[in-house]
Design a protein around this ligand. Sequence first.
Ligand SMILES: [Zn+2]
Length: 399
Amino acid sequence: MRPPSIILSGARCFVGGRFEICSLKLIDGFIREIAPSFRATTKDLVLNLEGTAILPGLINAHDHLEFNLFKKIGTPPYPNYVSWGEDIHKQHKDYIEQVLRVPLGLRLLWGAYKNIFSGATTVVHHNKFYFDFLFGYPVDVLRNYAWIHSLALDDKLEKKLTSRKARPCIIHLAEGVDDFARSELTRLVEIGGLTKHTVLVHGIGLSLGDLAQIEDAGASLVWCPSSNDFLFHQTAPVNQAMGRFRIALGTDSTLTGNSSLFDEIRRGLQVEQVRPLDALAMVTSSPADIFGIRKGEIAEGRAADLLLYDCEEGDPLKGFVDLDVSKIKCLLRNGVPLYGDTSVVHSLQASGTYTSMEVLKKKKMVRGDLAGLMQSISRHLPAFDFNALPIEIEVSPKA
Ligand SMILES: [Zn+2]
């Protein structure tokens, strides 16, 4: 039986834009109270988290959850996304068909695990919203959105533009480095597609004039530096855009992007010299604001979506920049552990199915039957390389 409250005591929590030592009281999956400390009763479950940092569960602002069994394919650099698409459908036709033959449910579930191992509890999916996301899906997926693939490759462009309403409308745009890609924002403006609700993904070919138009419209950008690096050897002009409009960070699918949001954060810091605090905003408060998600911050009344990690060396921001799947102490969604150290998951008295495993020699547990999922995927796609995830995972026989 679940205790009446969980007290996460003495951690360095990211509250109100900075880290401070405090304690969180979780009740029924929500952060009920934040205080320097709590007087615990014998019924409370208390975790002493000195030396631990706590962030909100991260938000991956761009993914295609059904395409994460793919490896990166193509022969870059390409001038634009259309030439990449044409090339891979010609050169890798059989491989693409083979991956897409894996049942959709398995592919979507694998996409959720990719995000869990990235510390993400919320994902912005680009493509249709599948029913699978509603029933026992391990991470939250944004529901209230409109989406357009791109100006060139969406045969329902006009219909989608007229039916988008006042929802975030996500579109791949200026994904390339040639004139075709560079002219896309102008074309989007011409058809009335740039509003404060527009969320542009990629933006590699955006000019300074384009940035001014985006700023004037109050639109937003999702940045996927690794995917851009891979396809075009260039990324969006984020340094020129910082502070002018909202920017979030996403992995994209593994067809072109990194499988870890943590790697994506490091790539962003490297290529555009983004400050760590800005990178943190790009995976928490900024996407929450862009997409109207009531997550991405640690505050009373908010869902207890929390990312716990060790910061023994004392600098939680450096700990954030250095994060990888082995360093996640626990990832909670609505107060329930999705993944973490075996000792922490046990301490939280989590019920339900968990898979035991080792990640870089550390004993971990992840929610759900991951071993079964991997076996099912292997049956359909024997050549799939599970080590493509940024983890050395040895799934032991079911716990
Ligand atoms: Zn994409």
